[in-house]
Each structure stands twice: as C-alpha cells, then as structure tokens.
Write a protein of this length. Structure first.
Length: 139
C-alpha cells in the first residue's frame, strides 16, 4: 500500500514540478525582472537551482519515508555528507563561476543527496520512489 501511495505521489509531484521548472528556465529573466533589473543577471543561477530542485522533487519524499520508518540515522548521515560536499563544491566553484558556481554546487549536492536517499529507501524499505529507481541499484 505504501508503494502505491509513493507512486501516486511521484506522478503528482512530476505533474507540478516539471512545468514549473520549464517556466523558470524559459521565463526566468522576465520573472526576475519583476524584482528589479539587477536581478535579471541571476537567470542562469535560477535555472541551475530549478533543475537541482526538480531532481529533488522527482526523487519523492525520501527523507520523510526514512524518518517515519525508523531510518533517521541514514537520513542524518546522507544529509551530513551532502552538507560537507556542498561546502567543498561551493569553495571550488564560486571563485571560477561566481553566482552560477554557487548554484551549480548547490544543485549538484541537492540532486546527489536525493538520489542517494532514493537508493537507501530502496535498500532499506524496498520501495521505489521514482520510476527510475531500478536504474540506480543493481540487485
């Protein structure tokens, strides 16, 4: 029953998240312009962050699943690793790419964090949080 609920949740998240990310990518400059002309230069960073959060959304509620089923230590360890990786990537990328580097480091960390939690959910709970989970783990 939990697998069925998680699968339905995936499609609901996908139906909302994919169009929002596409709108941000396509119309980010005018949207940012609503806050002032100087914000329009952040379109690349906003698009990169939108892609990272799209991966996060399409991963499902993996952190909640693990926490609710007694695997909060796994979530903690992955979160700690992601935080450390985020600091390292930002320290490397920001000097070279500025704001886009910060966005890239954060988006990569967010995506990797959620993909890792997808694998943990599959291994611990045998629940596929996305239709793509079978590609993440070879049994």
């Amino acid at each position: 029953e939990l697998q069925a609920m998680v699968s339905h949740a995936f499609w609901g998240l996908a139906a909302f998240s994919i169009p929002v990310a596409a709108l941000i990518a396509a119309f980010g400059t005018p949207l940012l312009g609503l806050f002032g002309d100087q914000f329009q230069s952040g379109h690349t960073a906003l698009t990169i962050l939108a892609v990272g959060h799209l991966v996060s959304a399409l991963s499902g509620s993996v952190g909640f699943l693990l926490t609710m089923t007694g695997h909060q230590k796994d979530t903690l360890l992955v979160s700690l690793g992601a935080a450390i990786l985020n600091v390292i990537l930002n320290a490397i990328l920001i000097p070279f790419f500025g704001m886009a580097g910060a966005a890239l480091g954060t988006a990569c960390t967010t995506a990797l964090w959620n993909i890792t939690l997808c694998v943990v959910v599959l291994r611990r709970l045998n629940i596929h949080t996305t239709p793509f989970t079978s590609f993440l783990v070879h049994r």
